[in-house]
Design a protein around this ligand. Structure first.
Ligand code: CA
Length: 220
């Protein structure tokens, strides 16, 4: 499944160039030209990584990073900094940034740093609006309140949140739920797990697609 990347960059030409580059590499990219736009996108979507310019017209990427960390958003944030912004690099990493690339950067180096971050954070955490999930620690919270989910519900949630908005058929979900002991979860049990999960995280996050399966819906 392609990683979803949020690109925050106010330089229009650079933003378009990076969007094209990342899409060509097979990533799903959404871009924002200012901090406010980026914040709105982060609330409404689940991203695997953010590529963040430091100097933005309505604030700076570092403050936004600090705010996201305080809200429990854990996706890696890779900062794009200008050469004369050394001091920003220190601030950026202190604020919870994962890494940085100085402008002008070499394309290959940027892509390699993105891959490194995605490898490190692979599968650990995901957020969709107010819903934050850590698939390694098996913890989840909704609007800051802890949720108590069963291992099966975590598996379902993982498949749904990482589907990139595609419809997941019941067959695909059943396969995801096939337990370690080789015990097959039957179709009826799947419906029960889905409905319990809906009760915990909000029914509207899991859309039923009649005759096909289920689709993850990113909500605030
Ligand atoms: Ca800038």
């Amino acid at each position: 499944m392609e990683a979803a990347i949020l690109l925050v960059e106010d330089d229009g030409a650079l933003r378009e160039g990076l969007c094209e580059l990342l899409a060509r590499e097979g990533y799903q990219v959404q871009s924002a030209a200012c901090a406010q736009e980026a914040d709105a996108l982060a609330r409404a979507n689940a991203f695997d990584l953010c590529l963040m310019d430091v100097g933005l017209p309505d604030g700076d990427g570092v403050s936004l990073c600090r705010r996201w960390r305080a809200q429990g958003r854990h996706f890696p944030i890779l900062f794009l900094t200008a050469l004369d912004e050394e001091i920003h690099v220190v601030r950026a990493l202190d604020a919870g940034g994962s890494d940085y690339v100085a402008k002008p950067f070499r394309t290959m180096e940027l892509l390699s740093r993105i891959r490194a971050q995605l490898r490190t954070h692979k599968g650990a955490q995901a957020a969709s609006g107010a819903l934050c999930v850590d698939f390694e620690r098996l913890t989840a919270s909704l609007g800051g309140e802890s949720l108590f989910l069963t291992p099966t519900e975590f598996k379902l949630l993982s498949a749904l949140m990482r589907s990139g908005g595609r419809v997941l058929t019941r067959a695909i979900l059943l396969e995801a739920l096939w337990d370690e002991g080789g015990r097959f979860v039957d179709d009826n049990t799947l419906s029960v797990h889905i409905s319990r999960l809906r009760e915990k995280i909000g029914a509207a996050r899991i859309e039923t697609v009649r005759g096909a399966g289920y689709r993850w819906v990113n909500l605030p």
